[in-house]
Design a protein around this ligand. Structure first.
Ligand code: FPP
Length: 214
């Protein structure tokens, strides 16, 4: 969800405002999730490298997560959305961890779609953890690593979208992206709407996926 800072800068607004508008874009997408044809929407909300940002920006992002959970949990439950967290979220502040655990428990029965949120997530760290767990079991195979990834209970990644004109993966779902289709757009995250998601899905529908075959 890249481009919140640039969205704010263009309008001479504080970065926090960009993140706030980014969270509103999230809300609209999540509301459009049932009926979008998607089973899972995974959002990269806070990377393990985002701790390098100034403390007040990190605090703003954590406060936004808390506000989102408070204001939208009822909506998630009502719409049958299951929340899932990937990443080492237990290292976040205890009050946020508690709120997340409650939200996970309250949405666990959701069957209309899954909203996966990556929090304190780094794909290299995830792969290293999964490989270590596989090694502890005795066999470091592709299948064993996949069983230990944070995404083990999710279907394979089909489409990876990055906003704001950046063309890189930035430690997001590196393993899972092995055969994913990619869609890059210059749209800044706060301007990203369900209509943009539909454009991405239309592009995806026209792709020929060969998985290395021919
Ligand atoms: C990257 O933009 C964005 C982030 C690091 C934070 C994304 C978080 C949200 C949209 C907040 C809410 C999330 C949920 C799930 C409620 P950037 O700051 O790097 O933008 P820039 O590259 O333009 O500076």
């Amino acid at each position: 969800m890249d481009g919140n800072g640039r969205w704010a800068k263009k309008r001479h607004l504080p970065r926090a405002m960009g993140h706030q508008r980014g969270a509103e874009a999230v809300r609209k997408l999540v509301r459009a999730l049932p009926g979008s044809g998607l089973d899972v929407l995974t959002l990269y909300a806070f990377s393990s490298e985002n701790w390098k940002r100034p403390e007040d920006e990190v605090d703003d992002l954590m406060a936004l997560m808390k506000r989102f959970l408070k204001s939208d949990l009822k909506d998630l439950i009502a719409n049958g959305i299951r929340l899932k967290i990937i990443g080492d979220y237990k290292a976040l502040s205890p009050d946020l961890v508690e709120q997340l655990d409650q939200a996970l428990a309250h949405t666990a029965q959701g069957r209309a779609g899954t909203l996966a949120v990556a929090l304190n997530y780094g794909s290299q760290q995830e792969i290293a953890r999964a490989a270590a767990a596989a090694a502890a079991e005795g066999a470091v195979t592709v299948e064993a690593i996949e069983r230990h990834l944070d995404t083990a209970d999710l279907p394979p990644l089909d489409l990876l979208i990055r906003t704001s004109g950046e063309i890189r993966l930035s430690n997001f779902l590196l393993w899972q992206a092995a055969y994913a289709e990619m869609w890059f757009t210059d749209v800044l995250w706060p301007d990203f709407t369900p209509a943009h998601l539909e454009d991405a899905l239309a592009s995806f529908a026209g792709r020929e996926r060969r998985y290395g075959g021919r």
